[in-house]
Design a binder for this molecule. Structure first.
Ligand code: ADP
Length: 335
């Protein structure tokens, strides 16, 4: 498949270079024709000036005429030769540059196709895992002879849990593809960040409570940004959800909202921290830290968070220490 794509791209690159060359040939053709016509019309004068200087006789002897005609023919031949050589050189250099430029033009398309392919492969792989779990538990239940109510309940619960997982994954995939097709002219309206952060915290309270994690808040009042309310809530929820997920029982998660110097949200946890090797990769799609694999997740949270931040021209960043915790912050532009 990779070879197939590189074959398509080399063909497209050559075809595009040929188109560039064709344009160059057309320009060179018209340029040379006009240059030749202009130079050709001055050849007689050039020869006369060369032979007689400023004293050109009124009448020429037949021998002089024949000599002048010969010189003009030679000059014309030299002119054509020079034009062809220069055009050939320009075409050679232009051809090389066309090939280089065609490669540059096609590079973003090649990269985006490669990314799409990887994304599709990762998404299919992630969807296969819960599907396989559902299939296995159903097969085992169908094969076993003694099916007690409890056994069946277990199968139903597993199927339900895996389908919830699949539902979340499909939802995330949809969000990612929507965010990918988002354009700069999307309508952002004034949104109360104070309300959005408060709502997100309320939403996460039960989960933090279940894990016996203390949820502290320091939320400034009347902080507004230009944005999309639902997306902003999603962004804060992702950061909060991760903070609670990757902090062991008894830990603390602190959510702060500042207004100065610009609106900013920070989510601080006292969790496991992010390993140095993972730090530069956590915003990649489907990337999950080694230590996080035992926790539910798909590796799509932070990429979605970053896309939402980008859509709001906000900057998302983090600092982290192993065993100390992490601080994620999102800084928004002032309205
Ligand atoms: P997921 O949480 O589904 O694995 P994310 O994209 O949200 O996916 O996060 C990617 C990875 O970044 C996680 O697998 C985890 O290793 C790391 N990570 C994110 N937030 C935190 C955090 N607050 N503390 C520790 N690790 C984190």
């Amino acid at each position: 498949m990779e070879n197939e794509h590189s074959g398509i791209f080399s063909q497209a690159r050559i075809r595009l270079s040929l188109w560039y060359c064709l344009i160059l040939i057309i320009i060179l053709f018209f340029f040379s024709i006009s240059l030749f016509t202009t130079e050709n019309s001055t050849l007689t004068r050039v020869v006369l000036l060369r032979d007689f200087g400023n004293q050109i006789p009124r009448t020429l002897t037949p021998l002089e005429r024949a000599d002048i005609r010969l010189q003009i023919r030679e000059l014309r031949r030299t002119l054509i030769f020079n034009l062809l050589t220069i055009n050939g050189l320009i075409l050679l250099v232009g051809g090389g540059m066309s090939y280089f430029l065609a490669g540059k033009t096609l590079e973003p398309i090649r990269l985006s196709l490669k990314k799409q392919k990887e994304f599709l492969a990762d998404a299919s792989h992630e969807l296969r895992t819960p599907l396989a779990a559902i299939q296995t538990s159903c097969e085992v239940a169908l094969r076993s002879k003694s099916k007690s109510g409890n056994d069946l309940k277990k199968v139903i619960r597993q199927t339900y849990e895996e389908s919830v997982r699949m539902g979340k994954l499909v939802g995330n995939l949809l969000t990612i593809s929507r965010l990918d097709s988002f354009t700069d002219n999307v309508n952002l309206i004034p949104v109360s960040l104070t309300a959005v952060v408060t709502e997100a915290v309320e939403h996460l309270k039960p989960m933090a409570g279940d894990k016996k994690i203390k949820l502290n808040t320091s939320i400034a009042e009347k902080v507004s940004v230009l944005g999309d309310r639902d997306r902003l809530k999603e962004l804060i929820m992702i950061l909060l959800d991760n903070a609670v997920k990757y902090t062991p029982s008894g830990g603390t998660v602190t959510v702060s909202l500042y207004d100065h110097p610009a609106p900013a949200v920070t989510v601080t946890d006292t969790g496991m921290g992010i390993a140095p090797d993972d730090r530069r990769r956590i915003f990649e799609r489907f990337y999950r830290g080694d230590k996080s694999r035992s926790t539910a997740g798909s590796g799509l949270g932070l990429p979605i968070a970053r896309s939402i931040a980008k859509m709001h021209r906000a900057k998302i960043s983090f600092t982290s220490g192993i065993g100390v915790g992490s601080i994620f912050s999102v800084e928004f532009p002032n309205i």
